[in-house]
Write a protein of this length. Structure first.
Lengths: 444, 289
């Protein structure tokens, strides 16, 4: 059978899924955690605790402020040490709550049993309220507050839910392991999200390089009607919302519009599990699965980590930082960002840490553009990256806007394929933020 | 043969005369009456088209002067007061004297003072680097060394110093057009009055973090200790968000703040050597004892 995939562009980077065989294990509890109050897109949360307060695991410490915002909960039990500015993965100092760990005392309301709860008793509104309360954000890395995504704008109609189990980034295996070990939870989470949206059709897209996950999930399908597993051909960036919709339903999201235009809502596998935990077990988002991997790392692994744990601790769990380490990348190697320090905390959107050696991390030498058009062929959004990059270099933002620079999903396929090693995405990002500024001033 | 030649020449001549007459009347009909003063002014303008005056080029500047018939809020930083004195008589208004300005770099986080902790690889654009991280030395307010300011300088008044990693402003060439001020994503460069005898004092730091954190990243950061504010008798220094700022209009260039600054964040430019003064201070102390 011919497998489905998206049609435009795409590349095949080396998969390097080294840690796919290692089961998820909980990381040891850190002595102190630093929980940033801005772990999501939108307004940062306001702290509702003060210095010296005692908190339990799962207790609310930051309240979401605006419509697009998310709650933050304490990932450990202990005492609030400080509410101050701490360096986060952006490289800047932002407001965070530091907590010293004392024991591991959970809130009584959280159901910690392993038993699967399949029955969905809540109504649509109650589910969305629960999701909002639990501070769930997009776990794939975009960290957009999930409850906002679940509210379908007026005049639009959701027809189906797509769960993103693609994990097209090289190296990362956290979603893969999650499907293998918590397949039933993913299924129930999907059912909950479908109920919340009022749709009867759900798809789970999984790339063909995870045959074990596909067969396991397909086996579970009989128990959960309305959910279909869609095996997909391996191609990067299939995990992009727009690409996934195109691959599964053959629908295209119009330029500058949201996926809801096509009647789809896309959520990550990790988000589905977090939703299951929040709705069925009353457990807020306080921990997540992080892949710690790298070619020269002693023991690449998938860890269940409390939010706020310093990255250095995770590296120790994986056998310590190797000597030839050059970059630690937050996220996958294609879209992730190198960290400025190993002391920064794990946040809700951190799907993996990739340790790169000097050879892999070094940027190639930059030569002139030879007009080979490889970037244009590779671009999954049908843009002309070489042209936009050139416009950015010449400060022609208005032209770049005409060339649909805002459609760029920053997947990095163009820079990856460029035989001249040109920093195409860097320049496109500049153009994107400048055009964004232009559009904002125009809106005013 | 010759008749043909005569015929051709005659036809063309008549055609030429008729066209000339038509063109003459059309030119009369659609004449654009332009104030001759615009040309007179734009001729003496520097024609650098730097935009430092706030208008789109020198011609636009000249047009606005003639249109408004005044020199209020009109200043050409390149030509300065001398130029405005020449423009004044053309429109019959007196030029308002303005203190000459100069761009100053309010960051001294050199490779020596603020050692590099991470190394950035990629395109050399401050705008991009600013959105990516806080900087190689960890200071989220300081100079990134990408050279966006050097790139926009049309007067060749800036260059990057490879030893310090900071841009250098050439005093003789800087005309204070303000292009670099706009280009800097961290608002480090400021236009300040050139000062008497080209002397000026300013805080060479824009770090708004608390002292201990600022000092950790950079030896010469303003730590917001407030010593200079107390020392200044003219209330020329204000402290906001852990950062001192010297108001040039109140500053008397006494240099007392420079001496008390524990991190040498306050800079003095073009002053004579301090040696003699410190000797004086010592002798005073001795005599006082």
């Amino acid at each position: 059978m011919l497998l489905k995939t998206f049609t435009l562009g795409g590349i095949h980077p080396e998969e390097n899924k080294i840690s796919s065989g290692s089961p998820i294990r909980p990381a040891s509890l850190p002595g102190t955690v630093t929980v940033p109050l801005a772990q999501h897109i939108g307004t940062p949360a306001e702290p509702v605790v003060a210095k010296g307060d005692k908190v339990k695991v799962g207790q609310l410490i930051g309240k979401g402020q605006a419509f697009i915002s998310a709650n933050v909960h304490s990932p450990v039990s202990g005492t609030i040490l400080k509410i101050d500015d701490f360096m986060d993965s952006s490289g800047y100092r932002k407001r965070a709550v530091q907590i010293t760990t004392e024991g591991d005392e959970w809130l009584e309301t959280i159901d910690r049993s392993e038993a699967l709860r399949e029955d969905i008793t809540l109504t649509r509104e109650e589910i969305v309220a629960r999701i909002k309360e639990a501070g769930i954000v997009g776990m794939g890395g975009a960290t957009f507050p999930t409850h906002v995504k679940m509210i379908v704008p007026e005049g639009k109609k959701a027809e189906c839910l797509i769960i993103n189990g693609v994990e097209c980034e090289p190296f990362l295996t956290s979603d893969h392991r999650l499907m293998l070990e918590k397949g039933a939870e993913v299924m129930v989470g999907t059912r909950i999200l479908m109920t919340a949206l009022g749709v009867n059709q759900g798809y789970i897209g999984i790339e063909n390089n995870k045959p074990d996950a596909i067969s396991l999930m397909q086996g579970l399908c009989n128990r959960f009607p309305g959910i279909e597993i869609v095996p997909l051909k391996v191609k990067y960036p299939q995990g992009g919302e727009k690409q996934l919709i195109k691959a599964i339903l053959n629908r295209e999201v119009p330029s500058g519009k949201l996926p809801i235009e096509t009647g789809c809502v896309v959520q990550n596998v990790g988000t589905a599990v977090a939703v299951y935990d929040a709705v069925q077990k009353n457990k807020p988002l306080i921990e997540r699965v992080v892949t710690v991997t790298g070619k020269s790392l002693k023991s690449p692994c998938n860890l269940l980590v409390r939010i706020g744990t310093p990255v250095s601790l995770l590296l120790e769990e994986a056998g310590g930082l190797p000597e030839d380490a050059c970059k630690i990348i937050n996220g996958g190697p294609m879209m992730g960002k190198a960290l400025g320090s190993a002391d920064i905390p794990v946040i809700k959107g951190m799907s993996g840490l990739v340790v790169m050696d000097v050879r892999d991390a070094k940027r190639p030498r930059v030569y002139h553009c030879i007009r080979c058009a490889r970037c244009t062929v590779a671009c999954p959004m049908g843009l002309a990256p070489y042209l936009i990059a050139q416009m950015a270099e010449s400060h022609l933002e208005a032209h770049a806007e005409e060339e649909r620079v805002m459609d760029c999903i920053e997947c990095g396929s163009c820079s990856f394929t460029c035989p001249s090693g040109r920093p195409l995405l860097d320049n496109i990002r500049i153009a994107k933020s400048k055009v964004g500024q232009l559009m904002r001033t125009r809106a005013k | 043969m010759s008749t043909t030649l005569i015929f051709v020449v005659a036809t063309l001549s008549i055609l030429g005369v008729i066209s000339a007459v038509i063109l003459f009347f059309i030119a009369q009909k659609f004449k654009v009456i332009e104030d001759p003063r615009i040309d007179m002014i734009s001729e003496i303008l520097p024609a650098a088209n730097c935009g430092g005056c706030g208008y789109a080029g020198c011609r636009n500047f000249a047009e606005s002067i003639v249109k408004n018939e005044s020199l209020d809020n009109m200043f050409c930083p390149v030509g300065g007061n001398d130029l405005l004195k020449l423009i004044g008589p053309i429109i019959g208004k007196d030029a308002v004297e303005k203190d000459p300005m100069i761009a100053v770099l309010r960051c001294n986080g050199t490779l020596v003072h603020a050692p590099i902790k991470t190394s950035y690889e990629g395109i050399s654009s401050c705008f991009f680097m600013h959105s990516l991280h806080s900087g190689d030395n960890g200071c989220p307010h300081g100079c990134l060394g990408g050279g966006d300011c050097v790139l926009v300088c049309t007067f060749g008044a800036m260059f990057m110093d490879p030893e310090t990693g900071l841009p250098v402003i050439v005093q003789d060439k800087c005309v204070a057009c303000g292009a670099c001020v706009k280009a800097c994503p961290r608002k480090i460069i400021e236009l300040r009055p050139k000062g008497k005898k080209d002397r000026r004092i300013f805080v060479s730091c824009v770090n708004k973090e608390k002292g201990a954190i600022a000092k950790k990243n950079c030896e010469v950061a303003c730590i917001g200790c407030g010593k200079c504010v107390k020392e200044c008798k003219f209330e020329a220094i204000s402290m906001e968000n852990n950062l001192a700022y010297i108001h040039a209009e109140k500053c008397t260039l006494c240099r007392k703040c420079v001496a008390v600054c524990p991190t040498n964040a306050i800079w003095e430019v073009n002053f004579p050597e301090r040696k003699k003064q410190s000797n004086d201070a010592e002798t005073n102390e001795v005599s006082g004892q």
